[in-house]
Design a binder for this molecule. Structure first.
Ligand SMILES: Cc1cc2nc3c(=O)[nH]c(=O)nc-3n(C[C@H](O)[C@H](O)[C@H](O)COP(=O)(O)OP(=O)(O)OC[C@H]3O[C@@H](n4cnc5c(N)ncnc54)[C@H](O)[C@@H]3O)c2cc1C
Length: 509
């Protein structure tokens, strides 16, 4: 039986680990069943953002009317937008070509499945031939996830779009007239923003009470209000059946609370109700790997599976499905494969953005999560309209589209979470990620409280890493949107903490 030093399954973030193996001269195999580059490059982050950015500009141009600029959209060049998108997706061909020429690498373009302990066979895409089984000394599972299709009556009898086939053979040559999007999470919201802006009549259906449920309720509300201006938004509605009639797709919705049934219809349906594990296709149980109740591969903090010398990274472990998180895991995993001293992964400051209009940026805990986890917290909120740059950009007090910053801080001033909705939200959240990773080392707040300390004193004695104090002490470029996040700390209010003494933490603007 053929044997490899290292087998990597999945060519997204998995490529980072493969590269290290190749550089070390190991005999390696890479198995990929769709396109080299994985989801992010070929059907996720990158192509979606190429479609989203033109939509952002259109919305921004409309917003500019508030500041006295009236622009007219003459043309939306879908062909050019599509071509730019495909140019990026098609980079996979060059990547495949490059990989196939590497001497110590066997590249298998096909579907892997385990056949026994450390044994894998591959069904080759082009000819359905089975290659293997072969064995791996070390195996990295980086097999990602695929679109989850909920059980909707009739779904197998109609054609529908998912993000996977949208960036594939279902990519529309011309824009749809109308589109129903099932799901109200990140992917669904990004598609809804894009197509509603491009002129498609969009209906978004979510069974939960609000859109983007991972976010602060205030942020969901701001997004919902903006979305309602441009599309139909159905919340608390579950799609229960679907049928096609005369090129129109009809969906029956059931109201979660009242049970009432309504019908909606559109030219096309896009299902974006989450992602599911690929561990079933891989048949990981045949090598003894454990999965959780939802099928995600279980990993410990070293990204090891329960089977020695088999690691799992990225979407496949079901945690925070973002490419930057997968990349961070590859660094830890690479270390743990090739070095003696193991490193543990830390998920306390996993950031993300939702590229809707308005944009959303997120890192760390929401207010509810922080309280549920037993933290004593302070919360600060700040609106874009309250800083000079915000006003310059057309955000006035009381505006529905005013941007919002919300910070979650614990009683020793440690940053637990930062949330932004509005222009440049992803950029505004990033400094909080750096601060959260800058080595918080305070004694536990309980100890301080027992000694009768109050917040300002803790602030003086505590190392500043991980707290917001570096912002407090910093000059903020004036007038920039950074003031909206920086000055937010002047608005900190205790949520579930009894403050014993008044303290003067008011920031001088
Ligand atoms: C529409 C969309 C937009 C997104 N936007 C963003 C964004 O803006 N920012 C962000 O950070 N993240 C975004 N994501 C998520 C991001 O794409 C993923 O988190 C990331 O690609 C995960 O990387 P990975 O290496 O774990 O898996 P993948 O990149 O999915 O790579 C795994 C590869 O393994 C292959 N594979 C699976 N099973 C087998 C098998 N049995 N045999 C052979 N090959 C197999 C898969 O086909 C896949 O190509 C988006 C996702 C989608 C769907």
């Amino acid at each position: 039986m053929k044997k490899y030093d290292l087998i990597v399954i999945g060519s997204g973030a998995g490529l980072n680990i493969l590269n290290t193996g190749l550089q070390r001269g190991l005999k390696c195999a890479l198995i990929e069943n769709i396109k080299i580059g994985g989801t992010c490059l070929t059907r996720g982050c990158i192509p979606s953002k190429i479609l989203i950015y033109p939509a952002d500009i259109i919305r921004e141009a409309k917003h500019a009317e508030k500041i006295g600029v009236n622009l007219e959209l003459k043309d939306l060049n879908w062909k050019l937008i599509s071509e730019r998108m495909w140019s990026q997706i098609n980079e996979e061909k060059e990547m495949q070509n490059g990989l196939s020429q590497i001497e110590n690498l066997d590249l298998y373009m096909g579907t892997a499945e385990f056949t026994g302990n450390y044994e894998i066979q591959v069904k080759i895409n082009d000819n359905n031939k089975i290659i293997g089984p072969f064995k791996g000394d070390k195996i990295v599972i980086a097999s990602g996830a695929r679109a989850l299709i909920p059980p909707i009556k009739g779904i197998d009898e109609v054609d529908y779009i998912t993000s996977d086939n949208f960036f594939g053979d279902k990519f529309p040559k011309k824009l749809w007239k109308s589109l129903i999007i099932i799901g109200g999470g990140i992917i669904a919201a990004e598609f809804a923003h894009t197509f509603s802006t491009y002129g498609t009549d969009v209906t978004i259906v979510e069974m939960l009470p609000r859109l983007v449920y991972t976010e602060e309720p205030e942020i969901s509300e701001i997004l919902e209000k903006e979305f309602r201006k441009h599309m139909k938004v159905y919340l608390n509605k579950k799609a229960i059946s679907v049928k096609a009639k005369d090129k129109i797709k009809i969906i029956e919705l059931e109201d979660i609370n009242s049970g009432e049934i309504t019908e909606i219809s559109a030219e096309e349906i896009l299902i974006a109700t989450g992602r599911r594990s690929n561990a079933d296709i891989l048949k990981v149980e045949r090598t003894g790997i454990e999965t959780d109740s939802r099928g995600w591969i279980k990993t410990n903090e070293f990204l090891e599976t329960n089977v020695n010398n088999i690691w799992c990274i990225g979407d496949a472990n079901g945690l925070y499905q973002f490419r930057h998180k997968a990349n961070a895991e590859t660094q830890i995993c690479r270390n743990n494969i090739f070095n003696h001293k193991k490193q543990a992964i830390d998920y306390t400051a996993v950031p993300w953005a939702i590229f809707t209009y308005p944009q959303i940026g997120h890192v760390g805990m929401t207010e509810k999560e922080a309280i549920d986890k037993g933290n004593k917290i302070l919360v600060a909120k700040h609106k874009y309209s309250s800083v000079a740059k915000g006003f310059a950009m057309g955000y006035n007090e009381g505006d529905e589209d005013d941007g919002l910053v919300k910070l979650i801080i614990d009683q020793s001033y440690r940053i637990l979470g930062a949330h932004v909705v509005g222009a440049h939200a992803a950029v505004l959240v990033q400094p909080f990620v750096y601060l959260m990773n800058s080595g918080y080392a305070c004694p536990p707040p309980e100890d301080m409280i027992q000694k009768g300390d109050i917040i300002p004193k803790i602030a003086r004695t505590c190392p500043e890493g991980g707290s917001f104090l570096p912002i407090y002490r910093s000059m903020i470029i004036h007038p920039s949107l950074n003031e909206v996040t920086g000055w937010a700390i002047g608005n900190l209010r205790p949520v579930n903490i009894e403050i014993k003494h008044e303290h003067d933490d008011k920031h001088q603007h």
